[in-house]
Unconditional design. Structure first.
Length: 122
C-alpha cells in the first residue's frame, strides 16, 4: 500500500502520521457515539474515550499547523508541491475546525450579531 508516496523524506512520514491520527480520532468518535446511543455516555470508559479523542484533536491541529507552516513558508527557494494527500488533509482540517469551533461564543459575543439582533428585534 504505497498511496502514491515515495517515503523518502520526513514530509511523507509526517503526512502518514497525520492520516493515522485522524483515523484513530474517527474511530474514537464512532465509539463515543455508540456509547451515547447505548446509554453509557459519561461512564468511566466513555470519559477515557472522550479524553483520548480531545487529545488527538489537539495533536491533529498542531500537526496541521506545522504542515501549513512548512507548505507556505515564504522563504522556500522552490515551494513544495501540494500533493493529493496534503490537499485532502487541508480540506479535512478546514471541515474539522468549522465543526469543532465553539459557535456560541461567536454568536453571543459578536458585535455584528448583536447589532443585527437589535435592528431586527431577534
Amino acid at each position: 500500500m504505497n498511496l502514491g508516496m515515495k517515503f523518502n523524506k520526513w514530509y511523507d512520514y509526517f503526512i502518514v502520521f497525520i492520516l493515522i491520527t485522524k483515523l484513530i480520532y474517527g474511530i474514537l468518535v464512532a465509539i463515543h457515539i455508540y456509547l451515547k446511543i447505548k446509554g453509557r455516555s459519561g461512564d468511566e470508559y466513555d470519559s477515557k474515550i472522550v479524553s483520548y479523542k480531545d487529545q488527538l484533536e489537539i495533536v491533529f491541529v498542531i500537526s496541521m499547523s506545522i504542515l501549513l507552516l512548512y507548505l507556505f513558508y515564504p522563504r522556500h527557494i522552490t515551494p513544495p508541491e501540494i500533493d493529493t494527500q496534503s490537499r485532502l488533509l487541508l480540506f479535512l482540517y478546514g471541515i474539522i475546525i468549522l465543526f469543532t469551533l465553539d459557535w456560541t461564543k461567536f454568536i453571543d459575543e459578536s458585535s455584528l450579531i448583536k447589532f443585527i439582533r437589535e435592528k431586527f428585534n431577534l
